[in-house]
Design a protein around this ligand. Structure first.
Ligand code: AVI
Length: 343
């Protein structure tokens, strides 16, 4: 759900945003889920973040895919069905598709239809013989039965960008379990995961000198004003991102610079100076830590590709035969990528 919709929002989306903000501001510590960063402006800001010298994940993962894309495609099986979760603008996808066979099927899944159709068209132009079946839905809610099965082919999920890091570890296990159900027993998962590293490097990545990450965080307040009619003074909040080493995660907060109020409808929320709204977690995992989570979700680790600094990993895993079979009998319970205070 990286790239947001420039299309009119539905009443349901408005209600979700309002309900999430209201519940999050009532809670202590206060929280708002990171999925609300991605309105049209927030998505543009995220794209800018990815171009900054400090934000290493995008270019590091791209480098790994450039170097090892052929091996990854061979692992998956060239005539596969590749399902990309939250495909957005799918900028890294060609690095993999170029090594798949022409009879492979690509299934990009994204909640934003215009974005999905535009990026699928771009990829179709690049790979005219490849079958592409875009699916506009929230991948958390997608049931395995809704996916068209292609008999005799391996199904594999592609989930780049370390978006899994925006889930708490517990929710990451739920989401990985969901991915196992989507591909079925023996299916594959190719997933990008940001690694633990020097706190200085991490701090810089979430506090870029150009101020794009700060603008991205603060845009949440502007969005609340515009879409929910919230009364607040955005200039009296400051972006704060730091590495919580004990929990292995970057935390992003909006910190009140003074005692003030946010008004939302008839409700008023008082902030003391220094009090914050927790807006995002970005968990960082060693290869072993991530593999432990994945094993708990029914995956068997196979290969890990990394960069020269060991800053970012791309994992390939295989869905367990028994676990896959057992999970597909379970009712759907899907992890959500939202921050919780203690994670
Ligand atoms: C989308 N996600 C993986 C990004 C991250 O690094 O956690 C979102 C982001 N937040 C601030 N900068 C980038």
């Amino acid at each position: 759900m990286r790239n947001a919709s420039p299309t009119p929002r539905t009443a349901q989306e408005d209600d979700d945003f309002l309900a999430s903000v209201r519940a999050g501001l009532r809670r202590r510590p206060r929280t708002i889920p990171p999925k609300y960063f991605y309105d049209a402006h927030g998505s543009q800001l995220f794209d800018l973040i990815c171009t900054t010298p400090e934000y290493y994940p995008t270019r590091t993962e791209t480098g790994i895919l450039e170097r090892h894309g052929a091996e990854m495609a061979a692992r998956i099986g060239a005539s596969c069905v590749l399902i990309e979760l939250g495909s957005g603008s799918a900028t890294k996808t060609p690095l993999l598709l170029q090594h798949l066979a022409d009879d492979a099927v690509y299934v990009p899944i994204d909640i934003c239809e215009p974005h999905l159709l535009k990026s699928t068209q771009r990829l179709q132009n690049m790979f005219p013989s490849m079958k592409m079946q875009p699916l506009c839905t929230d991948y958390h809610r997608l049931h395995a039965h809704a996916l068209k099965r292609h008999a005799g082919r391996r199904h594999a999920v592609f989930f780049p960008g370390s978006t899994i890091g925006n889930c708490t570890p517990g929710n990451a296990v739920h989401l990985l379990r969901h991915a196992a159900k989507l591909v079925g027993p023996g299916g594959g998962l190719l997933i990008g995961v940001d690694c633990k590293k020097s706190p200085d490097t991490l701090h810089a990545a979430y506090n870029d000198a150009a101020g794009h990450t700060a603008a991205f965080n603060l845009n949440l307040l502007t969005r609340m004003q515009r879409e929910l009619g919230a009364q607040l003074n955005a200039t009296q909040f400051a972006h704060h991102a730091y590495y919580n080493e004990a929990l292995g995660r970057i935390e992003m907060h909006l910190v009140s610079r003074c005692r003030q109020e946010i008004r939302l409808g008839k409700e008023s929320f008082t902030f003391d100076a220094g009090e914050s709204i927790h807006t995002e977690n970005s968990y960082k995992y060693t290869a072993q830590e991530f593999q432990r989570l994945a094993c708990a979700a029914g995956w068997q680790p196979e290969t890990v590709w990394s960069d020269g600094n060991g800053w970012f990993n791309v994992h390939y895993l295989r869905a367990n035969q028994e676990m896959g079979a057992r999970l597909s009998a379970l009712p759907a319970r899907h992890g959500r990528c939202s921050p919780t205070p203690a994670g």
